[in-house]
Ligand binder design. Structure first.
Ligand code: ZN
Length: 271
């Protein structure tokens, strides 16, 4: 699952919660959410990169049809876990190698975060050796499944401990942030998702999910892709363009009240 927090929003929220709790200090977890944009869009062109996460779960054929029927290239981030359970979908992706670039989303869908605090209900890798193992094992799974070694990494939740980013880059991977969150972890209604994608600006790297065929969001992703096509947008994969990234800091606070009602169980399971 992936939700987006701007720095100002989270800081304001922290101040408000602090006020409610009588000024008691809230620990909060300082994490990095990298952005990503296309940096070499030719003048007069409108270029957009579709990036889709296959965390675990299944495969959304509504999105696949929009991509394949429209000859739309996309970058797909897959986990080892997803690959093990979606052989048919993998075969479909490999049958369209001209369209799809397959990259590393980790082996077991663990956030590249140190410590024990769950990130949106997802248990983190915990320490740097476990983070490196998650990246490397995920890369090996992609290589075994596709015959091509991945060069990009995006972790579960797209949030990172500050020390995780240099460790992942030192392994030779570029870290795939995004500039437009289309579906907020496949949690948004179809029309909202479609509207977000249709309004993409040139250079945007869009993130959405391709592993939730039973949720409404996926229909919005398919409709949004078709809407961009009608607008004459050029779609690119991450291996076809130059990109730029910024490291945005976000402060994450555990959902204390919610977790009490849910007996420690997250409201949404990991995607
Ligand atoms: Zn994911």
């Amino acid at each position: 699952m992936l939700l987006s927090f701007s720095r100002s929003t989270t800081l304001v929220a922290a101040a408000f919660l602090s006020f409610l709790s009588g000024g008691a200090a809230l620990a909060g977890q300082r994490l990095v959410q990298p952005t990503l944009e296309i940096s070499d869009v030719p003048p007069g062109k409108r270029e957009v990169a579709i990036t889709l996460d296959a965390c675990s779960g299944e495969f959304d054929s509504r999105i696949a049809s929009a991509l394949i029927d429209g000859h739309v290239p996309a970058t797909i981030f897959v986990t080892g876990r997803w690959l093990r359970r979606n052989g048919e979908a993998l075969a479909l992706l490999l049958a369209h190698r001209d369209l799809f670039q397959i990259e590393d989303h980790g082996q077991e869908h663990l956030p590249a975060v140190t410590g024990n605090e769950p990130i949106y209900g997802v248990a983190p890798a915990g320490d740097l050796p476990a983070i490196r193992r998650e990246v490397q094992d995920g890369a090996q799974s992609v290589l075994t499944a596709t015959g091509a070694a991945p060069h990009w990494y995006r972790d579960a939740t797209a949030l990172y401990s500050p020390e995780a980013l240099p460790a992942i880059k030192a392994m030779g991977f570029s870290v795939a942030g995004f500039s437009l969150n289309a579906d907020q972890g496949a949690s948004l209604p179809a029309r909202t998702v479609e509207g977000r994608i249709a309004a993409a600006k040139s250079g945007d790297v869009i993130i959405a999910h391709v592993n939730q065929p039973h949720r409404a969001s996926g229909q919005g992703v398919a409709d949004g892709i078709r809407a961009l096509q009608k607008q004459g947008v050029t779609f690119v994969r991450l291996d076809q363009v130059q990109t730029r990234s910024k490291e945005r800091i976000t402060v994450l606070h555990p959902p204390r009240v919610a977790s009490r009602h849910l007996s420690g169980q997250p409201k949404h399971r990991t995607l």
